[in-house]
Design a protein around this ligand. Structure first.
Ligand SMILES: Cc1cc2nc3c(=O)[nH]c(=O)nc-3n(C[C@H](O)[C@H](O)[C@H](O)COP(=O)(O)OP(=O)(O)OC[C@H]3O[C@@H](n4cnc5c(N)ncnc54)[C@H](O)[C@@H]3O)c2cc1C
Length: 286
């Protein structure tokens, strides 16, 4: 389908992007990979009068380690997330999530910043950054701020970004070598959005789990931290018994919306099965 008409402008700095956004009085969208904006315009789900291309802004690029954290620029494309050795070493949940995101053609254009700013509840990266306890770097005319991933995803397609604010990077705290990670999803076909997905990390100290972080996606309007499941794991050895307790605790964490084709009880059951699978296969970075 043909797109509704719009004005295309390219910003070369953050200041220019904010000015172009504010000039449009709320009727503009930033364009990074375009793989959600453009289809949604073609489907007439939105019709901004202006698209501001942010792909040339230097602050949104690059992957680096500094001050105890991995910084992933917002313009890092899904295919780069999949291949980057620093991400594989320090934020393996993102590398493990990337092959599940759509197909190669989309991964070559889609960006992690666009993906997080969109906040699709069935999307892999939001759940991974939540489980990694990452921070989202945002920059706007009022300055720079770091938003804990726990406070970033507010509701369906709604984030803590203020109007016109740019998501500039993701900061992931560097994990200890021994940290265990696990990621998986169940989808009808490879590359489809997940019916349910799990991202998890945990440290094991003195034979017991400490600081488990378990996130599920495609189970509600945002990615969900499974805090009752985390509590069921913390302080216990990683064993079939503690995993079974975490699976049982999921009923307190999840309240899947009613979907005629996929009743909540079935989604909860799939989530339990997948959580068991992911927890029993957790492993450190190789
Ligand atoms: C056929 C198909 C299948 C897909 N399957 C999956 C899938 O399985 N899993 C999955 O996670 N995704 C999937 N996607 C979505 C894909 O990952 C998108 O590319 C991604 O969600 C959006 O990233 P983008 O860079 O293309 O953002 P864009 O489409 O350019 O932008 C998305 C939104 O974010 C805003 N935005 C973009 N960048 C910024 C920024 N830096 N700061 C502030 N706001 C910003 C835009 O204004 C817009 O509102 C699929 C897409 C298609 C077309």
């Amino acid at each position: 389908m043909k797109l509704p008409s719009f004005e295309y402008l390219r910003a070369r700095s953050m200041e220019e992007a904010w000015a172009l956004h504010s000039e449009a009085g709320g009727d503009a969208l930033y364009l990074s990979g375009g793989h959600s904006v453009v289809p949604s315009m073609a489907l007439r789900l939105q019709a901004p009068s202006r698209l501001i291309d942010i792909s040339q802004i230097a602050e949104l690029r690059g992957v680096s380690v500094a001050e105890g954290a991995l910084r992933i620029g917002a313009m890092t494309r899904h295919a780069e997330v999949l291949a980057d050795p620093l991400i594989a070493h320090h934020a393996p949940l993102l590398s493990q999530a990337a092959p599940h995101v759509a197909h190669p053609a989309i991964r070559n254009r889609g960006t992690i910043g666009g993906n997080l700013a969109l906040a699709d509840p069935a999307s892999e990266f939001p759940a991974a950054v939540l489980a990694l306890r990452a921070e989202i770097e945002a920059n706007g005319p009022d300055g720079r701020r770091l938003i804990a991933a726990d406070d970033f995803f507010l509701d369906l397609y709604e984030t803590a970004l203020a109007p016109g604010e740019l998501l500039t990077a993701i900061h992931v705290p560097l994990p200890p070598e021994s940290r265990l990670f696990g990621f998986d999803e169940i989808a009808r076909r490879r590359g489809d959005y997940a019916m349910v997905g799990v991202a998890a990390q945990a440290d094991v100290a003195g034979g017991v789990i400490a600081g488990a972080s378990v996130t599920l996606f495609s189970v509600g309007f945002t990615p969900v931290r499974a805090r009752a499941a985390e509590q069921a794991l913390d302080g216990a050895p990683l064993s079939p018994e503690s995993i079974a307790r975490a699976q049982a605790a999921l009923a307190q964490d999840l309240d899947p919306p009613d979907d005629p084709g996929f009743p909540p009880e079935r989604r909860l059951q799939l989530a339990r099965v997948l959580l068991g699978r992911v927890l029993s296969r957790m492993e450190p970075v190789k």
